[in-house]
Design a protein around this ligand. Structure first.
Ligand SMILES: [Mn+2]
Length: 346
């Protein structure tokens, strides 16, 4: 379909198959949905008959990208930071902290001046989800029909934008998208999300969840969720509108980030210090249901950036190497003090 871009090399004779590698925000519902939607858009509107491989990316201390992984004929990054590598041919992101360095930002601005590159790399931090952003670009620039993926876009916006109707909806997780999010955020199997991704734009979410390779993972996670709820209930303390808890002594590979507001519905902010196998994490969030006056809200992405982290205005995180718990604890204590001093309800 794009005659000028070299795809004809891969379509003649039916011999050579275009290999597309899709790099996505790992263990994230929006990341998986974005990878699935990118695939469908690419297959339906860019080139048919390509093969797709999926590779998750995580925010961690140190280098985010291993450029030796960019081995596709095309390499796409969705819902994750910009890479200036010339091997990256597609990029879609909506994070405020999309650029690691001013050089990366300049690289993107230069790309937008180039007719080919500029038509394949897209950034808009006003979008709630990368899936919703990608759908908008696909519809307006590539003639993609978003109607068949409306459910996916709806739930990506709810999950990534934390737009649940209540803390109970977020923590009790009745909807299929919520249970899929629980599974996606918890998986330790590198083959699981790549297997799940294609289904997300092929089946209704309830049917994705009912696939045996998905459904079988749910019961132990629901049990672990109950355990995390009780652990955080026993550790969390709320003062001046800010909740703090430290569960680094009880390693968990992730937990529902709305538990603090389920426990303290009137709190504005929460800072959670937790430890997993590969990082000590300071999670800095704000209560999506709080009635605080938005102009008085602290920009949490900016707070996290001061410590080398990032995120969105209302939720961010900082990752430290697993052996630097003291630095993580000191950063968390400073942020707790800062947010308690700026209690928007106080
Ligand atoms: Mn996202």
């Amino acid at each position: 379909m794009l005659n000028s871009s070299g795809y004809s090399n891969f379509q003649h004779n039916g011999v050579q198959v275009l290999r597309v590698r899709v790099f996505y925000h790992d263990k994230c519902f929006d990341g998986a949905c974005s990878a699935s939607l990118f695939t469908r858009v690419h297959r339906e509107r860019i080139v048919a008959g390509a093969s797709y491989e999926y590779h998750g990316l995580v925010h961690r201390a140190g280098a985010l990208f291993d450029e030796s992984e960019f081995t596709g004929d095309e390499n796409a990054i969705v819902d994750f930071k910009y890479s200036a590598s010339p091997k990256i041919t597609w990029w879609f992101d909506h994070h405020l902290s999309a650029f690691l360095t001013p050089q990366d930002q300049q690289s993107f601005l230069d790309c937008k001046q180039d007719p080919v590159c500029g038509g394949r790399k897209f950034f808009d931090p006003t979008y709630t989800s990368c899936t919703g952003f990608l759908a908008h670009i696909a519809a307006t620039q590539f003639g993609f029909d978003t109607a068949p993926v409306a459910e996916l876009i709806h739930w990506a916006d709810i999950v990534d934008g934390a737009q649940y109707e209540s803390p109970e909806a977020a923590v009790e997780m009745a909807a299929p998208a919520m249970k899929l999010t629980l599974i996606i955020e918890a998986t330790q199997d590198p083959a699981f999300i790549p297997r799940l991704i294609p289904l997300l734009t092929e089946l209704p979410l309830a049917e994705v969840l009912s696939q045996p390779f998905v459904a079988d993972l749910l019961p132990p996670l629901l049990k672990r969720h109950e355990h995390a709820l009780e652990l955080i209930r026993s550790r969390a303390e709320e003062r001046d509108g800010t909740i703090f808890f430290d569960i680094t002594d009880r390693p968990l590979e992730g937990f529902n980030k709305f538990i603090p507001y389920y426990l303290y519905p009137k709190a504005t902010y929460s800072i959670g210090l937790s430890k997993s196998s590969f990082r000590t994490k300071v999670a800095v969030g704000s209560n999506p249901w709080a009635k605080a006056d938005p102009p008085k809200m602290v920009n949490l992405a900016a707070v996290c950036e001061r410590y080398g982290g990032g995120g969105h205005a209302r939720v961010g995180a900082i990752s430290f190497p697993p052996d630097q718990g003291d630095r993580a604890r000191a950063a968390a204590a400073e942020i707790v003090a800062e947010l308690r001093a700026k209690n928007p309800l106080g």
